[in-house]
Design a protein around this ligand. Structure first.
Ligand code: ADP
Length: 928
């Protein structure tokens, strides 16, 4: 223990200087305070901070400082009271705590170094605070959006409640999730909360319709495809049966997965009821319409039958050689009956179109043929009023179009008829143009221009309405029913076309219509072979511009060398230039008959051939001068094919038999003349009329009064054609036709053509006749032209073959007719007085020509012989003297080829043929 006494003695510091003592005491007190306050601060700090890392370091450090503080405190106490052992113990404790702190701290130092430094902490802190700010802003925005969403939700539900459509939406299991007010009312619910968890099975319509609704839902949910416009019926909460039109579409989430469906429906009960009522009304109207059609059919039958009798009898009466006065009266009666029939037909047509009973019959038709028919139909009317009719007014290429011939003709007849009616001087011209073309489909525009009274713009509005006639005195004077244009419009519209008019009052009108049709080219007719005429030199005299335009167009298309003179003076200049060249002169008959032409020919002697354009009236009394100049006369309106054939006759060295222009035609005519026709008809007047009309064209007619009688005749005798009335006692036409067509009928010919001849003109009649085995159908009253066309169609076994109109003759062994009376009749339209007159002129004139020919043969002048033989050939063509024509041609050819030795023999044959012809003419035409 001695060495313990080496330490400072107890209370040694008392002996120190006061300042030293104070210095030590105070600084030790402050140090001790500091040593104890620091750990307190650290512990307080650590306890406050939850997120602090390395917490034990802080505690160890606090412990270490506390231990240091205690050691220091011991040092102070030791100054006063020596407690070195206790101090040593505390130092050791301090050392342990220090070591523990170091042991804990050192391995963690690297981690602690990695902790952010202060700067970083400050920036992180700033970032944090920025984020905080933007989070607060976002929260504010979110809040704003929430309130907007809630507002728009409110608005949406207001809209959903306001619209007159029921709206609902369901989840994938078809459980209702929401709906609008109207839907809730149907479902008998007062608010949308009551809908929660419900399906269609819980609704008033559950029993009857839920299954179906569920199936429709499943379709939408499984496929994602909408179900639209489903018309369905259900019972609502009030027990009403409601018809609705429902739409269901799938509801999709952001991943395009179906999460449910949205359905809407509207109440269509009223519309449904109206439609049912309408349907009922329509059925009733249709029944009424059928009744009306039946009434029309009967009326048509009843009115047409007697009219048929009247018109037919009058036709036969006018043919029976009446005196002038009677003929006039008969003609007037026939005209009146025909206008009555026209009016009746108009009314029937309009009713048929309006009741949908009119059907178009589309066939391939040659447009040229169709226009020729219209032109011939209208010629007399135009001529009566002194108007020039050009139908058409330009060249028409050969084209076949699929049209309803009858109906197109009806429209053309109406508008050309009107043009003539409302024009007092000038011309009426038809133009046909192709306005557009797609493959073989062409849109044709037919336009008829006149130089008539015209129509004011205001009045043009009223046209095309039925029973509309413009209220002017001149319209009233000119007659008409006011139905024609209405029917034309309906027909054009039925054909899918359009119709219209351009007109200036006082200057004239152009009525036009356009139809689109299938077409094909026809290459068989000679008048399409434009090169044939190219060797001709032609001069036309045409004072009227419409004719100048016509000839310019046509002759250019035929590649002819031509000139058109518009005055005698110009013609004279052209003749000057023509000189000796063989020239064909095309002249109006009036001009040819005037003194001007005589003067011109005297002044310009040359080699002329004449083609004259005459009115129908002039044709009946051809003046001497026409014969004298061996003119070829064409009747107006000029027909393109006729002009072509006429010009073809002037082509030198063209080996064509004009007479045999269509060998099949002669054959065809004989097939008609030699035919035996069976007419099955019970009405006496109809028998007289139809028999008369058929016999006019040559066939022999047998009559049977009913089907049974017809069958017995057909068993015993051979016939070529049957005209069959439909309604007859004992056995009607349908039954009779059915029996004819059965093999067991025992008839000679079960394939015989049967043509229905009936007053029924309603839709379906034609089909009914064809179904009974008949081949064709004619509605009464039939006209001569229709009978002729039917005979041609069904008796001509060669019909439809495409023989050319011109044919190079080969060796002909068949015997030619001396006089082809049928051909002659056809040429002169069966006009008895004209036929007689032409024949008498021929018999008078021909001997002179034969005598002239004889003299020339004796003189051996080949050129002159050929010319006169050519002239004789032309005259024979007009006379249908086939045998003589052939002989004249032979002489002409031989003369041209200088085979003069044979001419004597041919001349003798020509004389003999002429004698035979005179005998036949006298017999056939009963000439004195
Ligand atoms: P209508 O049988 O009276 O001729 P439409 O229907 O054919 O009947 O014609 C109706 C009216 O249109 C005629 O009455 C006439 O007033 C007028 N109209 C028709 N075509 C012409 C025309 N080319 N020129 C002047 N007016 C015409």
């Amino acid at each position: 223990m001695e060495h313990v006494h080496d330490f400072m003695p107890h209370g040694v510091c008392i002996s120190w200087d006061v300042p030293l003592l104070i210095l030590h005491v105070f600084s030790d007190i402050f140090i001790a305070l500091a040593y104890f306050s620091i750990p307190l601060g650290i512990i307080f700090f650590v306890r406050q901070k939850d997120d602090i890392t390395f917490k034990p370091v802080y505690y160890l450090f606090a412990g270490f400082i506390t231990a240091c503080g205690i050691t220091h405190l011991m040092g102070i106490i030791t100054l006063w009271f020596p407690i070195y052992y206790i101090e040593g113990v505390f130092k050791a404790l301090t050392a342990i705590v220090s070591v523990a702190t170091a042991v804990y701290l050192i391995p963690r130092l690297s981690d602690m170094v990695a902790l952010p430094d202060l700067k970083e902490l400050i920036s992180l802190n700033k970032q944090l605070s920025d984020e905080n700010t933007s989070r607060r802003e976002a929260e504010a925005e979110l809040q704003k959006n929430r309130s907007m969403l809630s507002e728009s939700n409110k608005m949406l539900s207001t809209i959903l409640d306001a619209i007159p459509v029921r709206v609902f939406w369901k989840d994938r299991r078809s459980v209702f999730m929401g709906a609008n007010r109207l839907f809730l009312a149907d479902a008998g619910l007062s608010n949308v909360e009551e809908l929660a968890g419900k399906t269609d099975f819980d609704m008033p319509w559950g029993d009857a319709s839920a299954d179906k609704f569920r199936r429709d839902d499943a379709k939408v949910i499984n496929t994602g495809l909408p179900q639209l416009q489903i018309e369905e019926q259900f019972v609502d909460a009030s027990g009403n049966e409601v018809w609705v039109n429902t739409n269901k579409v799938a509801l999709l989430n952001d991943h395009e997965e179906v999460i449910g469906l949205l359905g809407t429906y509207e109440d269509i009960s009223k519309a449904k009821q109206a439609a049912q009522e309408l349907m009922l009304a329509k059925e009733q109207a249709e029944q009424a319409n059928v009744a009306k059609s039946e009434f029309l059919a009967n009326m048509s039958h009843e009115l047409r039958t007697p009219l048929n009798g009247v018109i037919g009898s009058l036709h036969l009466l006018t043919e029976s050689g009446l005196g002038n006065r009677q003929a006039n009266l008969a003609k007037m009666s026939k005209n009146s009956a025909e206008s009555l029939l026209g009016l009746l037909n108009d009314i029937l047509d309009l009713s048929k179109i309006e009741s949908g009973n009119l059907q178009l019959h589309l066939h391939n038709e040659d447009i040229n043929d169709l226009l020729t028919e219209v032109a011939k139909n209208m010629a007399a009317r135009a001529e009566e009023k002194g108007l020039e009719l050009l139908c058409p007014g330009h060249f028409i290429p050969s084209v076949v179009a699929k049209i309803d011939r009858l109906r197109v003709k009806q429209i053309l007849n109406n508008i050309i008829g009107n043009a003539i009616k409302f024009t007092d001087e000038g011309s009426v011209t038809l133009d046909v143009t192709v306005v557009s073309q797609k493959a073989s489909q062409k849109t044709f525009r037919f336009s008829v221009s006149d130089t008539g009274i015209g129509i004011s713009a205001a009045q043009q509005q009223k046209l095309f309405q039925r029973f509309s006639q413009l209220d002017s005195s001149s319209t009233r004077q000119r007659g008409g029913s006011g139905l024609g244009l209405a029917i034309s419009r309906q027909l054009v519209e039925l054909m899918g076309g359009r119709i219209g008019v351009n007109s200036t009052e006082g200057l004239g009108s152009t009525f036009w219509f356009e139809i689109t049709v299938d077409t094909s080219k026809r290459v068989r007719l000679a008048h399409t072979d434009s090169q044939l005429l190219s060797s001709l030199n032609i001069i036309v005299m045409a004072e009227l511009p419409c004719y100048r335009r016509y000839f310019d167009d046509v002759l250019t298309n035929w590649h002819v060398q031509y000139q058109v003179a518009n005055s005698p003076h110009q013609l004279s200049q052209m003749l000057d230039l023509a000189g000796e060249q063989e020239t064909v002169l095309i002249l109006p008959m009036d001009f040819f008959l005037s003194a001007d032409i005589d003067k011109l020919i005297r002044e310009h002697p040359g080699d002329y051939q004449f083609v004259l354009l005459a009115s129908q009236n002039q044709l009946t009394r051809l003046p001497e001068k026409v014969e004298q100049f061996d003119c070829l006369v064409l009747s107006k309106p000029v027909v393109q094919s006729e002009l072509f054939n006429a010009l073809l006759g002037f082509v030198p060295d063209l080996n064509i038999t004009v007479l045999k222009e269509r060998p099949s035609q002669n054959q065809e005519i004989h097939e008609i003349i030699d035919a035996r026709v069976l007419l099955v008809e019970d009405n006496y007047i109809n028998v007289v009329v139809a028999k008369g009309l058929i016999e006019m064209f040559g066939p022999t007619v047998e009559v049977a009064e009913n089907g049974a009688e017809a069958l017995s005749l057909l068993r015993r005798q051979s016939f070529d054609l049957v005209f069959m009335d439909c309604q007859m006692p004992v056995m009607d036409g349908y039954e009779c036709s059915r029996q004819i067509r059965t093999d067991i009928s025992g008839l000679i010919n079960t394939d015989i053509p049967i043509i229905a001849l009936t007053a029924n003109a309603m839709r379906g009649d034609r089909e009914k006749c064809l179904a009974a085995g008949m081949d064709d159908y004619l509605a009464k009253p039939v006209e001569a032209e229709t009978i002729y066309q039917t005979l041609r169609k069904w008796l001509n076994k060669h019909a439809g073959t495409n023989e050319p109109m011109t044919e190079i003759p080969t060796d002909r062994e068949e015997e030619l007719l001396v006089f082809d009376s049928a051909l002659y009749k056809l040429r002169l339209m069966n006009d008895k007085s004209l036929m007689e007159q032409v024949a008498v002129n021929f018999i008078d004139d021909m001997p002179k020509q034969i005598a002239q020919l004889e003299t020339l043969i004796a003189e051996g002048d080949g050129v002159a012989i050929a010319r006169i033989a050519h002239k004789i050939k032309g005259a024979c063509a007009n006379m249908a003297a086939l045998e003589m024509g052939e002989l004249a041609l032979q002489i002409e050819t031989d003369a041209k080829q200088e085979r003069l030795t044979q001419l004597e023999e041919s001349l003798m044959q020509l004389r003999e043929s002429f004698d035979r012809l005179v005998t036949e003419l006298r017999q056939s035409l009963a000439l004195s």
